[in-house]
Design a protein around this ligand. Structure first.
Ligand SMILES: Cc1cc2nc3c(=O)[nH]c(=O)nc-3n(C[C@H](O)[C@H](O)[C@H](O)COP(=O)(O)O)c2cc1C
Length: 380
């Protein structure tokens, strides 16, 4: 199909876009905007791309940069106290007039106070992460006038969260960086997107290029969430050594944490393999041996295992300790090849999505194939 025919077809489908047509950019852009209209309206942004909250990385600078560039930045509150969160929101508001959100961890002991801080600051969106939120938490956010986004690792829970009051759902596959579930983004998207239409659904995990964004939008997503891709933004305060590790890494270096013994569960976290990864195996081995010899109770053994990674992400992100720190990263780290401005990253993603839309016309330009014998037979 040549460019003129593509334009003519587009004109038929999108007369309003055709009116704007120059080199076809406006038509493609109108198509992208149609695909993610629900996500844009929900977030109040130009692009339905959320910057996934990353503890220690997603602070005022990166969050404001993402929002200023048309995306939706999200503060990672991690283990922040209500006072610290209040300061972070105020500082972010000073850097951007655009909408941004806050990610709260459901098991934080002061969750309700943190919610009140978000409401008090007039925030429009709160993301509840790290476990199934209570109805009380969801309703407190809604009653305060903000919208609630919840994560789901499966369709059934997604439906339940919507009944509990979630205004939007994020599905995050196991390709993602940080804490992960067992199911890949590709499968989760097929499980959830065709069947969860009540609220906008955002897809996260393993997205590093615009073509992937387009494909999830075409499957019914309202928008996407990316984390790993933003770590090496100029505006990200991550230490130069942390960024360099990302730039050097390939997808296969981002591995889930290893559990040695089913009696001692390890929370699955995807991170770049480093000396700490190997050390974690040795430490687990030693602890399990001490438990087997009766030197440790099961509870103490479990606590020692959990303690291993305490403070490790902070050490890596802020201090640049890439040997003993935790280099949480998704598999899309293989697509991170240099430091760029946040605006350039978002532009690149949008351009790739637009190029994919343009390429669609070209892909269908060949002669219409004869139906295959199998299909003919099936039809007979
Ligand atoms: C370094 C790092 C820290 C993260 N910290 C959090 C967090 O505190 N809360 C959260 O909900 N998700 C966290 N995530 C997940 C991101 O918000 C996002 O959903 C994920 O990175 C998307 O997948 P991607 O890495 O393939 O882009 C983290 C991810 C990374 C890479």
């Amino acid at each position: 199909m040549n460019e003129a025919l593509t334009a003519a077809l587009n004109a038929e489908i999108h007369p309003e876009a055709a009116a704007l047509a120059g080199d076809g950019y406006d038509i493609r852009r109108a198509e992208l905007d149609r695909l993610w209209a629900r996500g844009r309206a929900f977030l109040g942004t130009e692009l339905a791309i959320m910057g996934g909250a990353m503890t220690w990385v997603s602070e005022r600078n990166l969050v404001a940069a993402i929002s200023n560039a048309g995306g939706f930045g999200v503060i990672a509150s991690g283990s922040m106290s209500p006072e610290l969160l209040d300061q972070e929101i105020a500082a972010t508001s000073a850097l951007t007039q655009r909408p941004f959100g806050v990610n709260l961890i459901t098991m934080h002991p002061q969750l309700l106070e943190l919610i009140d801080v978000c409401i008090g600051r007039g925030l429009g969106h709160v993301v509840l992460a790290g476990g199934i939120p209570s109805t009380a938490a969801i309703q407190r956010i809604r009653n305060g006038g903000a919208r609630v986004l919840c994560f789901t690792p499966a369709l059934v829970l997604g439906k339940r969260l919507v009944r509990m009051g979630a205004d939007a759902i994020v599905i995050e596959g196991s390709e993602a960086g940080g804490h992960i579930g067992p199911v890949s983004t590709a499968v989760l998207a097929q499980e959830v997107l065709p069947h969860l239409k009540e609220v906008p659904v955002f897809v996260a995990g393993g997205i590093g290029r615009g073509e992937a964004i387009l494909s999830y939008l075409e499957m019914g997503a309202s928008g996407v969430q990316l984390g790993t891709r933003f770590v090496c933004a100029h505006e990200s305060i991550a230490h130069a050594r942390f960024k360099r590790a990302f730039i050097r890494a390939s997808a296969r270096d981002a591995m889930p944490s290893v559990q040695l013994d089913a009696r001692f569960p390890v929370i699955p976290v995807r991170a770049l393999a480093n000396p700490a990864t190997e050390r974690f195996r040795e430490v687990q081995r030693g602890i399990i041996e001490r438990f087997n010899n009766g030197e440790l109770s099961q509870k103490d053994a479990q606590l020692e295992i959990e303690h291993f990674w305490a403070g490790a992400l902070r050490r890596a992100v802020l201090d640049g300790d890439i040997e003993t720190g935790s280099l949480m990263a998704g598999q899309s780290v293989g697509l991170v090849s240099r430091e760029q401005s946040t605006a350039a990253i978002l532009d690149e993603l949008v351009d790739q999505a637009l190029a994919a839309i343009a390429g669609r016309g070209r892909r269908y330009s060949g002669p219409v194939p004869e139906p295959s014998p199998t299909r003919r037979n099936a039809g007979a």
